[in-house]
Each structure stands twice: as C-alpha cells, then as structure tokens.
Write a protein that binds this ligand. Structure first.
Ligand code: ADP
Ligand code: ASP
Ligand code: MG
Length: 462
C-alpha cells in the first residue's frame, strides 16, 4: 500500500484536480490520498477571520467568494450532475458553519485561538470530501476521528501513539482508495478541533504511512522534486535525484518549504522512502529520500534559508564555563518548551550565542535572564542581549564535515561579497553548517553560496 499527499498547489484548480484523479486512478496498489485545502484557501480563511474580528464587514464578500469557488470546482470536476449536486450538499453545512463562525467573531470583535482552529479546519474538511467524490469509488475518512493532538506548553502536538492505534484500527477493514484531509486533528482529551501546524498535511500523510507500513510516501507538489535550494529565490536550483532522510530533515528544518519538518521522522523511523513528485509533470522522476541514497559519499545535497530568526548573546562567558553554561541555557529554555542552536560569533570568544525563532526570543531572553541572574548580579556575566532580523543559511550534506576547508571557503565568500556573518555553526552537526546573516542579505547570500556549490564545476562533487 502507498500513501500519496497532494498539497494545496495540487488541488487549487479543476485542471490540477483532474491530474490528481488521473494519477490516483492509474494506481494498481491500495492507496491513501491525503489532501490539503484548495490552494491558498487556508491563508484566506485566516485573513477573513481577522477582518471579521477587526470589525470589517468585507468578511461577507470573502465568504461568498470561498463558497462560490468550492461550488464551481465541484461543477468543473464532477461531470455527473446528480453527483455534483450531492457533493455540494455535503459541503454546504461546512460553508454554513464557516459563515456562522465569522458572524460570531464579528459580533464579539475577538478571535479566540480555538475558534481560528475550527475555521481553518474547514478547508481540509471540504477539500477531502470534494476529492473523494472526484476519484472513482473512493472512501472518505474523517481525519478528526483518527489524528489526535495533545498540549505541549502552549502548542498542540501530535499524540503519536494514540494516533497510530486509531489509524491501524480504522484501516483494518476499508475499501481503497481512501481520501482524507491533511493538517486537521482533534485534541485527545477535549475533542476540540486542532491542527498539526501550517504545512501540516505532509505530517498527516507521514503518520498514516508509518502506521500502515506503507511501501512509499509520495509527496505530490508543484515542482519537479526536492531542489538544491529554494527555486523562488535561486533561478537555477536543480533537482536532487536522491538524498538521505537526515539531509532532507536538516534542509526542511532550515527552511526548505517543500516538506513540513516533522514529516520525516515517522517514516525515517520505519525506513519508508519518500518520493517528491510534481502533479503538473507526473512523468518527471522526482526525488527519492531514503536511508542509503546512491551518490558520492562526501557530498553536499543542498542549501536553504531560515528566516525570522534572532541571536541571543550571553556575554562575558569564561572559557571554563562555556559547557556548563550551555547546558544551563538549554535547560532554562526547555522549561517553556523552547530550544536554540549554539553559534560561534567571529572574533568574540567570550559570547555564548543561541539562534532562536524571533517569535520565541522575548520569552527566551526572560528565561535566560532568570537563569543567570546570580552571575549577572555579581558581574560574572555582562549581559543577555538579543539581535533580531536575522536568517540562517544552511549548507547540508551527509559527512559535510569531511569536506576540508569548506567552512573557511564559505565564510570568505560571504565576507568578500560584503555579507557580514553574525555567527556560524560548523561543529554542532555532522550534516549541516550554518551562517547567520541579516535577513536583508539572505537571498543574495543564498544565490552566492548556490553558485559556488552547484555551478558547472561544483564544490558539492568534491
Ligand atoms: P504544497 O502545497 O504542495 O504543500 P508548498 O508550497 O508547501 O506546496 O511547497 C512547495 C514549494 O516549496 C515549491 O513550490 C517551492 O517553491 C518551495 N520550495 C522551497 N524550497 C524548496 C526546495 N529546496 N525544493 C523544492 N521546493 C522548494
Ligand atoms: N492547508 C494547510 C496550510 O496551508 C496545510 C497544508 O497545506 O499542508 O498550511
Ligand atoms: Mg506544503
């Protein structure tokens, strides 16, 4: 059996839905199809909810546009009139619910988190029903019944064991192909509607693939595979034919949008390969992500950029205290479920610097100030400071540390191009070297590194 995930980029128009239908109906294996909301819909659901909360009555027009888009896509993809009408009837209650939720939000001029979760869930709840009716003899499964989350500090995270059990039980006797919505879930204790985070449909598909011991997890999107870097930033990004699980995990953690980072772990754990494929060009071979990729052993797979980052500096750290202070800093951050990456600051050996998402920086600074209050009060440490507006550029490849001189080469390349490197990390990981630069320089930096690593005589084939 195989699991296929079609993202918003694959289910945005009648034409792409027709491709999805062709791909699925030509399969000979049992298949589970996980779908995202219609392309762009999640953003629109959120923006409209905010408009309603802000007292703009434009939410009424936005709702009508969304309703019309769903009805029109049904008309354009389901030629049988009766079936099209019955599919419309199936999604009408969801559209009504959406309208009532917007009206409620507008009435109280407030958008509570759980209400927003309920609003965004409607995208996948509707798209999965539509796709199940487009594909011949498909069974629709309600993801809210089987994908469960639990609270982790102020976040919802997948409740892995329970979800695994519920998926196995649900699929014991079922008629394939099955279609289900990605991204959406419900709280294991309260039953409240939750989700797995933006881009989370990939993760839903991985949870299902792992639970059912699928032969492969296929991620269908709008590019020809996992590329050496972000094609929206670097025009000559190239398709990577094979890469390891760890390489894909590192590239995604450092911002490669093509797969939602938590996706890799469940399938990696079960050694289930992932193939990235293009719905708009299904004949392209795509990228195989597996345990033992075929390629030179010392190799650079790709580069990526992680934006919206901050560096937190703990200043005045004595060399002898570096390791114990690092452990204390990690422990302090973990009290609120946060984590950071240690970076070296060029020319400042007494600074412990940690990279952290800007959205967590204020909390992190508070935790670190509390943790190191005794040392700060005795002036054994000078300061805990923060610098925002940063991005991490990451170069990823298994055994990258064996590429002798790579770090110095890249540092010189960035410096000589006038890009100031605020920090770098070349020791924390076997597979990734990262450089912290101002976000204003990130796209240019990515282009410079990509040209040097992947142009015609690339360093990546050393
Ligand atoms: P989907 O709707 O299929 O989930 P996403 O927009 O989430 O699609 O992810 C696919 C997009 O990721 C591509 O259109 C591409 O622009 C972007 N992307 C960023 N980095 C990479 C990369 N290294 N390889 C491939 N695509 C990438
Ligand atoms: N629809 C959700 C989002 O836009 C989930 C996904 O597409 O994977 O984030
Ligand atoms: Mg995605």
């Amino acid at each position: 059996m195989i699991v296929l995930k079609f993202g918003g980029t694959s289910v945005g128009t009648a034409e792409s839905l027709y491709n999805v239908k062709k791909i699925v109906e030509s399969l000979t294996d049992d298949a589970v199809i996980v779908v995202s909301a219609l392309g762009g819909l999640t953003d629109k659901l959120i923006a409209t909810a905010r408009e309603a909360a802000a007292g703009c009555d434009t939410y009424i027009d936005r709702w009508e546009e969304m309703a019309l888009r769903h009805y029109r896509i049904i008309d354009d993809t389901i030629p049988d009139h009766e079936k099209a009408e019955s599919t419309k009837q199936l999604i009408t209650p969801f559209l009504d619910e959406l309208k009532h939720l917007y009206q409620g939000v507008a009435l109280i001029s407030y958008l509570p988190g759980p209400t927003l979760d309920r609003i965004v869930s409607l995208g996948e709840r509707m798209s999965s029903i539509i796709v199940a009716n487009i594909i011949n003899r498909a069974t629709h499964v309600d993801s809210l019944e089987i994908i469960k989350t639990e609270k982790y500090f102020d976040k919802n995270i997948a409740s892995a064991n329970l979800t695994d059990k519920l998926i196995s039980r649900k699929f014991q006797e079922i008629n394939y192909p099955v279609v289900m919505g990605g991204f959406i879930s419900s709280d294991k204790d309260t039953g409240e509607i939750t989700n797995l985070g933006r881009g989370g449909s990939d993760f839903t598909a991985a949870l299902v693939a792992a639970s059912l011991n699928a032969e492969v997890l296929q991620i269908w999107t709008d590019v020809d595979g996992f590329l050496t870097t972000d094609p929206r930033v670097v025009k000559d990004a190239k398709v990577i034919s094979e890469m390891s699980f760890v390489e894909s995990m590192d590239l995604c953690t450092f911002g490669a949008k093509v797969i939602y980072p938590p996706t890799i772990y469940p399938v990696f754990h079960k050694n289930i390969p992932i193939r990235i494929l293009n719905t708009h060009n299904p004949k392209a071979p795509g990228t195989l992500i597996c345990d033992k990729p075929q390629r030179p052993s010392t190799h650079i797979a790709g580069i990526s950029a992680l934006k919206d980052q901050s560096l937190i500096f703990i200043k005045g750290v004595d060399e002898l205290n570096f390791n114990p202070f690092t452990t204390r800093a990690f422990n302090a951050l973990s009290r609120k479920g946060l984590s950071g990456r240690v970076h070296t600051i060029p020319g400042a050996s007494d600074v412990l610097a940690m990279l952290i998402p800007t959205s967590d920086a204020a909390t992190a600074v508070k935790l670190l100030n509390d943790e190191f209050a005794p040392e700060l009060s005795r002036s054994e440490l000078t300061d805990v400071a923060v610098c925002d507006g940063l991005s991490a550029l990451a170069i990823v490849g298994d055994n990258i540390r064996q590429v002798i001189g790579l770090n110095n080469l890249m540092l010189n390349l960035l410096n000589n191009s006038g890009i100031r490197v605020e920090g770098y990390s070349d020791k924390g990981s076997e597979t990734t070297i990262s450089y912290i630069v101002s976000t204003a320089d990130a796209d240019r930096g990515l282009n410079i590194l990509h040209t040097s690593l992947f142009a015609s005589a690339p360093i990546s084939s050393l």
